[in-house]
Design a protein around this ligand. Structure first.
Ligand SMILES: *Cc1c(COP(=O)(O)O)cnc(C)c1O
Length: 366
């Protein structure tokens, strides 16, 4: 049976990548070693690392005045690492602005409060996070060290389809984005951001790698309490090898970057992601059994939460899906209902199979 895995993360990886990794598991390119067994300072691993960095830079057109760091701790650790690195040059405690659009921005806020005064400039909590607060409602601080957004709320299913402008929307403060669940899914202009960070396990590779893309002038402002291994300056000066990086995860991420280049790059995958999301949302909108509760203009292309109007059918729905090889569709416990995550590695065939099943189940329960 063909299986389609709709997990929100760790999530589906391209089959070709897993096959290549399997083929190279015991002996990478005639080196006689598995990538897991290589010194991170040896020429073999350095070549893997440099290729991954180059490919990611090319895929996202990362300008030369930005560093790409391969770190550890996931996006949740980076929620602390970001304020620790960005407020050291300010009078303490510094102020930082947040836009609260869902579970993940709420977690970012909680963590930043340990290192700074947090001003929640806007929050969608009162509408159960079904939309992004409009820009003109944001109550920004005068001198924030940065403005933080979560570009795609993995749990709630809302996504920014524009980039806040530093002059007009953030009062001149650098824009920081948690892009864990939509990085590489759409074309972005990196120069509009001060910092982009992302845990790998949604669109990049296995859990354990965190990508940080940071503008040069924002490096070197860490608080004295910042652990050395998390100080962007030390990490950047040592090409992400201040301490041992997550070598195997970086290798798999590198294979995913090569796969993405073979797909035609980010612009090509974005078109496919739009087609996949449209297919699913169009059916949900036409249905009387299912409903999407997210405002149309900020629906996520990556994570699609939806509900059965009759929630007593949830278990039957999930059991039938599993029988058809449609896996991990249960919604996050904080939201309930269902969630289909349709990251880059989910082929359109998977979304078609899901929509076919949605139709069939709807017919049975009309
Ligand atoms: C998954 C996710 C995180 C958490 O990542 P960890 O690797 O578990 O720390 C944070 N933010 C967003 C938007 C996510 O999707």
């Amino acid at each position: 049976m063909t299986v389609f895995n709709f997990s929100a993360g760790p999530a589906v990886l391209p089959r070709e990548v897993l096959e290549q990794a399997a083929a190279e598991m015991l002996d990478w390119h005639g080196s006689g070693m598995s990538v897991m067994e290589m010194s991170h300072r040896g020429k073999e691993f350095i070549s893997i690392y440099e290729q991954a960095e180059r490919d990611l830079r090319e895929l996202l057109a990362v300008p030369a005045n930005y560093k790409i760091l391969f770190m550890q701790g996931g996006a949740l650790a980076e929620n602390a690492i970001v304020p620790m690195n960005l407020v050291g040059h300010k009078a303490q405690p510094a102020t930082v602005d947040f836009i609260d659009t869902g579970s993940w921005s709420a977690k970012s806020i909680k963590e930043a409060k340990k290192y700074a005064n947090v001003n929640v400039a806007a929050s969608a909590a009162h509408t159960k996070y079904n939309a992004i607060p409009e820009r003109h409602t944001w109550q920004l601080s005068k001198d924030a060290a940065y403005v933080h957004i979560c570009s795609n709320e993995t749990i709630d299913g809302v996504e920014y389809h524009y980039v806040p402008d530093v002059a007009a929307d953030t009062n001149g403060a650098p824009l920081v984005a948690d892009m864990s669940s939509n990085i590489l899914s759409r074309v972005i202009d990196v120069s509009k951001y001060g910092v982009i960070y992302a845990g790998a396990q949604k669109n990049i590779g296995p859990a354990g790698v965190t990508i940080v893309i940071v503008r040069d002038d924002l490096i070197g402002q860490a608080l004295p309490v910042c652990p050395s291994a998390f100080d962007w300056k030390l990490v950047a000066d040592n090409n992400s090898m201040y301490n041992t990086p997550p070598t195997y995860g970086i290798y798999i991420a590198g294979l995913v970057f090569q796969w993405l280049k073979r797909q035609g790059g980010v612009a090509a995958i974005e078109l496919r992601n739009i087609a996949k999301a449209d297919l699913l949302y169009d059916y949900l909108d036409s249905s009387s059994l299912y409903v999407s509760r997210i405002a149309r203009e900020c629906r996520s292309r990556m994570n699609v939460p939806f509900f059965l109007r009759d929630e007593s059918l949830n278990d039957a729905f999930l059991a039938g899906a599993k029988d058809r090889g449609l896996l991990q569709l249960k919604g996050h416990k904080s939201v309930g209902g269902m969630r289909a995550s349709i990251y880059n590695a989910m082929p359109i065939e998977g979304v078609r199979a899901l929509v076919d099943y949605l139709k069939e189940f709807e017919k049975q329960h009309a």
